[in-house]
Design a protein around this ligand. Sequence first.
Ligand code: GLY
Length: 369
Amino acid sequence: MIAIAVSGGAFAPYDVVVGRGLMAEAGRRIAALVPQRRTVIVTDETVARLHAPALQASLRAAGIHSAVVAVPAGEASKSFAELERVLDRMLETGLDRRDVVIALGGGVVGDLAGLAAALFMRGIDFVQIPTTLLAQVDSSVGGKTAIDTPRGKNLVGAFHQPRLVLADIDVMATLPERQLRSGWAEVLKHGLICDAPFFDWLAGEGTAGANGDPAALQRAVVRSVEIKSAIVGEDEKEAGKRALLNLGHTFGHAIEAELGFEEAVLAHGEAVALGCAMAFRYSARQGLCDMGKVERVEAAITAAGLPTRLAQAGVFSADALLARMAGDKKAEGGALTLILARGVGQAFVAKGVDAGEVRTFLVEEGASA
Ligand code: GLY
């Protein structure tokens, strides 16, 4: 069991506890945060079946009563309608400002429950119990909460840090293989941003984590959380350094958007992996890093069963991708902000990237001109 302290910002410090068997210990670990001995667990219908009984038993053993509200699994639950339903369940259960909410699930549940906690009675505490690798290494840490609107993803939200995060490595045993590999992309991303020795380990024996090996997974989660929490501690509101966490996301998000955010077609982590490969190839094209480093990055992504080439995701138009990258504004002749790299572990925020150069690169990558 390893506890990583997240601190440094204007927010109250909190621990991310990473280890095995944490679901069974959740009640004991949460007890100090719930003086009124009651809570609401926000989850989705799939995770509710898999993990809610164990969590409720653990809470019960610690003398804590819990009600469960389960939203449908999937991104569509990051909606005003589900937010209202969650808030209404919290009111119906009689929670007040001294109570806490528990987010039990992946990124969708964490974002929705976190926003509900931020809004309920002007803000109450919440605990994250992430049940996907992606949520353990990324979305459960750092306090970004949001829902989507028809105009785009994550457009309505708040920075609201959790009081505690419990990342139980054992829940990974129930994750579909594709989801595990998708989360691995965010793990690789952390090494690529600022930790070359970690990346070397991930690309070597650490690859076992992408295949579900619990010891490798624990090491990968711990180091990822250390990296993310250090960045968030310096720049909670993404005024500068936190943008590094978007490595692979500008290309990846444009590709996902063109595919209609269909997880079945391209999972988020798959888009991030592809986006990281593209960011490194673009960096090499601009003479920022050498091709040998790009090949190492591509090999590690491929070894984890993740895509590195645009053609693996579908057929795209360069102009359509560019428009997405520029936030649907006219980008031709304009400038973009990208996360680029001078090598493995040496990512940086590049402002004023020429949109015309990016368009040429997208055509070279196989997008139609
Ligand atoms: N997922 C990127 C961030 O939390 O800033």
